[in-house]
Design a protein around this ligand. Structure first.
Ligand code: NAD
Length: 427
């Protein structure tokens, strides 16, 4: 049944958030969650909308709209990325902030959930315009964020350079001293962590290895399809390629490419640095994004945006397992269809948790001013993400529910205990 939201709550009325609330309600019933806790978990705590005037290169001023949504801080400071994309709106950011809350909880991190975004196509901005936008946005939300309060990170359309500008703006405005702990995903030269840039993609592959194992498949020689070739998709493809998988197709916003014998991923990464797209890569044929999702393969990694698999294509998906690198790439109804068809889904809140896990390490290192080497980071990442996967897998098999519902149930169990211990203020 489709989850409905009253018109007075239009800011909550997005497909991603409707999906999340529906899974939350179902999970709440399965674990017999306290109804007052469940009611509180259905709402974001605070949503801030700001106007961001930006001096463009032609000297005209253009005003963009930005958001920061702080969903829940029961388990720790708010934490979640900043997205620059033309379709960003408040309901989408609310949905992403809710997912961050449930992700941080199921991963066992001492962090709450938040998300931010600006409605802008960053590919249409010059470097100066992007810096101006980032600095003014940071300034507008600077009273809401902070190293012990709310810690942003990169997401679609933002990168380590964006985080460097955010950190610098915040540090200049709040006393003029170095405050690296205010954002994660920074370059290593200014308090970033080894291994953060590739962490989400590596986490996707650690989870994929577990999912292959549970489904009696091997990554060595497996045929894998990757949708989206940005931060998450390109590193997930690279790490799977290094483990002997054949990446037979990948795509980006302009379309996809295919080679049944497997694409040379290191060469493709170099090619995309020069050409800004995967299209035209030698020894590949063109393929549409829709067609790519429906290819016969062992595993599909959707690593682009939300709502890519819904009722219109769920019946045609031929992958044996799906690892959700992106947030919310499969709708709830499609999840049910795929699960009934025996397709195994490793849900986003676990599968793409590598980014926030290493963001957590970065934040800890910044606070201590003591930095770890990459082996230590990767080892700790593997241990946290595989433990979360095993916990969710156990719930999935014991209660006979799909992996998405199992992940939400495990997440809500932890939040429920903490919320009941903290109680309701004032009461
Ligand atoms: P990115 O901007 O680096 O890359 C996004 C990629 O998707 C690009 O290659 C883009 O061309 C492609 N794309 C966009 N629209 C597409 C479409 N319609 N069809 C096919 N490809 C399309 O972003 P990212 O950081 O890699 O994030 C991707 C997803 O992973 C998002 O859902 C994001 O929320 C999620 N995620 C990212 C991180 C992180 O650490 N970056 C962590 C957890 C989750």
């Amino acid at each position: 049944m489709e989850h409905t939201i009253p018109s007075s709550e239009a800011h909550l009325d997005g497909p991603l958030f409707r999906n999340a609330r529906q899974v939350l309600e179902e999970a709440g019933q399965i674990i017999n969650c306290d109804p007052n806790v469940l009611e509180r978990l259905k709402y974001p705590r605070k949503s801030v909308t700001v106007s961001i005037p930006v001096r463009m290169d032609n000297y005209n001023v253009k005003v963009f709209t930005g958001y920061r949504v702080q969903y829940n801080s029961t388990l720790g400071p708010y934490k979640g990325g900043i997205r620059y994309h033309q379709n960003v709106d408040l309901p989408e950011v609310v949905g992403l902030a809710a997912l961050m809350t449930f992700k941080n909880s199921v991963l066992g991190l001492p962090l709450g959930g938040a998300k931010g975004g600006v409605a802008v196509d960053p590919s249409k901005l010059s470097r100066t315009e992007k810096q101006n936008l980032t600095r003014r946005f940071t300034s507008e939300i600077s009273d809401f964020i902070g190293p012990t309060k709310d810690i942003p990170a990169p997401d679609v359309g933002t990168d380590p350079q964006t985080m460097a500008w955010m950190m610098d703006t915040y540090s200049q405005e709040k006393g003029g001293y170095f405050q690296p702990g205010v954002v994660t995903g920074k370059p290593v030269e200014i308090g970033g962590s080894m291994g953060r840039n590739h962490a989400t993609g590596l986490g996707v592959v650690y989870v994929a290895e577990k999912a292959f194992e549970k489904n009696r498949l091997s990554m060595n020689g497996a045929k894998i399809v990757v949708q989206g070739f940005g931060n998450v998709g390109s590193f997930a493809a690279l790490f799977a390629h290094q483990r002997g998988a054949k990446i037979i197709a990948v795509s980006d916003v302009s379309g996809g490419i295919f080679n049944g014998d497997g694409l040379n991923i290191p060469e493709l990464i170099e090619y995309t640095k020069q050409n800004k797209t995967v299209k035209g890569f030698p020894k590949s044929t063109d393929i549409g994004n829709e067609q790519l999702l429906e290819l016969a393969c062992d595993a599909l990694f959707p690593c682009a945006l939300e709502n890519q698999i819904d009722t219109h294509n769920a019946e045609r998906i031929k992958a044996k397992i799906i690892i959700e690198g992106a947030n919310g790439p499969i709708t709830n109804t499609a999840t049910k269809i795929l699960s009934q068809r025996g397709i195994f889904i490793a849900p986003d809140v676990v599968a793409n948790g590598g980014g926030v896990i290493v963001s957590y390490f970065e934040w800890v290192q910044d606070i201590m001013s003591f930095f770890w080497d990459e082996d230590e980071i990767n080892g700790r990442l593997k241990s946290i993400i595989t433990k979360a996967f095993e916990t969710v897998y156990k719930f999935h098999t014991e209660k006979n529910v799909d992996m998405r519902l199992a992940a939400m149930a495990c997440s809500v169990q932890r939040l429920e205990k903490a919320m009941l211990l903290r109680g309701l203020y004032p009461r």
